[in-house]
Design a binder for this molecule. Sequence first.
Ligand SMILES: Cc1cc2nc3c(=O)[nH]c(=O)nc-3n(C[C@H](O)[C@H](O)[C@H](O)COP(=O)(O)O)c2cc1C
Length: 201
Amino acid sequence: MLAPQHPLDSLLSRQSVGVLEEPAPHGADLDLILDAGLRAPDHGRLRPWRFVLIRGDARAALGDCLVAAATARDRRAPTSQLDRYRAWALRTPLLIAVGARIRPGHPVPEIEQVLSAGAAAMNMLNAVHMLGYGGMWVTGANTYDTRVNTALGFQAPSRLVGFLAVGTPKATMPAERPERHAHVIEWNGPLLADTEARPPI
Ligand SMILES: Cc1cc2nc3c(=O)[nH]c(=O)nc-3n(C[C@H](O)[C@H](O)[C@H](O)COP(=O)(O)O)c2cc1C
């Protein structure tokens, strides 16, 4: 008899998958993934999340855009690097550019608006995995490049938080996971003596 599944089994088995193939989620599966993104916590109900779907022929245009931005950043960017950007866009079944539409000067600080978009990205990555697909969150210089942001509809101060590369896992490596104790402390109030510096967490 199979052991009963724990509700968190699926979440705890998530790992990023960089080597992807077709098919990408579409239709009802993609809708579920996007809806998971829209369940991210959001201070002030600002709904800062914006998702830009890039698939099919649009991937070639994204590749061109990444290459143009990289060349503008560095006119001597090696061809091999430019080829890698283009190849990555073309071979990824589905790219979801995730960003935050920032309300500048709002009482909810900008960092919280950006964090909320990050939470949406994470929710979508989890949903991708739970539906049996694979995904990976990728940033790199292009995510912080104004030209790429503008091309995808993010005018400053609105900004990308990254690209989710999504498809079907072609290969997965067992992921090493950290020990809980290395990341968690129990806090029992400040130390009494100033000299007793608490070790950095
Ligand atoms: C905000 C963010 C940006 C990332 N950008 C990149 C990236 O540009 N390139 C890359 O190889 N990994 C990047 N990663 C790491 C991968 O998404 C992934 O987390 C890592 O390969 C570890 O795999 P795991 O998620 O299974 O632990 C990024 C992760 C985060 C959270």
